[in-house]
Design a binder for this molecule. Structure first.
Ligand code: HEC
Ligand code: HEC
Length: 260
């Protein structure tokens, strides 16, 4: 949630900045709508803070190799204009002109046609570490696992390696949309309930606790309801895994790119 807000303000401030920059810079030769070099400049300014330099990945996926959502110029343009609802991929409808959008899309397609740098870690060792560290007790991959955390079946297509490493080392630093931790204290001195907010409206809140049980609570019967945007139910693996083991896990997660 917090991230989504930050993204919005970021996108808004960028939208204000871009025309100013465009005015300040001399325009030597007008570039063609399909000019990937012009697209790269826009990408570096607007997209690289999530997709990494040269599209190597971060909060957003690595854009080398086959893309999951986008295969043609038109579909990439559509993603840039509309974003991908329900994910961290924002809409650039207000931030980019039609021409800049097409140039950026052309650059993204040129990236997708080039191979990415091979991951440093070892994917087989990573898969074994995933099993031995109990990641599957909270995450589903290919239909198997627990549901407390987000499904990871396609995580390699949704996030880059820098983000994946960070998710294991400092899980509280970044939250995928929809994983707010809340704490509810019943007014009748019943036990407090802490977990991930599944649903909320004016009268009710539903919380999934660490054991996986979903509690439906009437707000009028609570004495406290705290939101903990800086908390997470994912344990940190910083002190449990070596740097090499983290590399191996990242390499394994990067291979998870959706149902085969
Ligand atoms: C705030 C972070 C953020 C910014 C800024 C951002 N993206 Fe994304 N982008 C994402 C995320 C996260 C996804 C993956 C969404 C998903 O499928 O879960 C994504 C997905 C995509 C995809 C689909 C990839 C595929 O495999 O099909 C394309 C293409 C894309 N972004 C292009 C861009 C371009 C071009 C820009 C700049 C104009 C941009 N993005 C800016 C976060 C971002
Ligand atoms: C006790 C449950 C639990 C365990 C065990 C667990 N996770 Fe998580 N994980 C979560 C939750 C909850 C989130 C999402 C909320 C957050 O980040 O606060 C998450 C988020 C993630 C994300 C980010 C997903 C995204 O869409 O951005 C990755 C990657 C991840 N976990 C990988 C792992 C790996 C690899 C392991 C094992 C080494 C592991 N997790 C073990 C609960 C768990």
């Amino acid at each position: 949630m917090r991230r989504a807000l930050r993204v919005l303000t970021h996108a808004a401030s960028l939208a204000l900045l871009v025309p100013a920059i465009a005015l300040a810079q001399p325009r030597p030769t007008p570039s063609a709508p399909s000019d990937p070099a012009a697209g790269q400049r826009i990408f570096d300014a607007q997209c690289a803070w999530c997709h990494g330099n040269q599209g190597d990945g971060g909060t957003g996926p690595n854009l080398h190799g086959r893309l999951r959502h986008a295969t043609t110029l038109t579909s990439v343009v559509d993603i840039i204009v509309n974003g991908i609802p329900g994910t961290d991929m924002p809409s650039f409808r207000l931030g980019l002109t039609e021409r800049s959008t097409r140039q950026t899309a052309a650059y993204v397609l040129s990236l997708s046609r080039s191979a990415s740098r091979p991951a440093i870690g070892n994917t087989e060792r990573g898969a074994a570490l995933y099993q031995s560290n109990g990641c599957g007790s909270c995450h589903v991959v290919d239909g198997r696992g627990g549901i407390l955390g987000p499904e990871l079946t396609a995580i390699g297509g949704r996030r880059g390696s820098v983000y994946l490493r960070e998710a294991m080392v400092k899980p509280a630093a970044a939250h995928p949309p929809g994983y707010l931790v809340v704490r509810a204290v019943p007014a009748n001195n019943g036990p407090e309930i802490r977990g991930i907010r599944v649903n909320e409206d004016v009268f009710w809140i539903q919380i999934r606790d660490a054991a996986g049980t979903v509690h439906s609570l009437q707000k009028s019967e609570l004495s406290r309801l705290d939101r903990e945007p800086d908390s997470t139910l994912m344990p940190s693996y910083e002190s449990r895994l070596s740097a090499t083991q983290l590399d191996d896990l990242v390499a394994y997660l990067a291979t998870l790119r959706g149902a085969k």
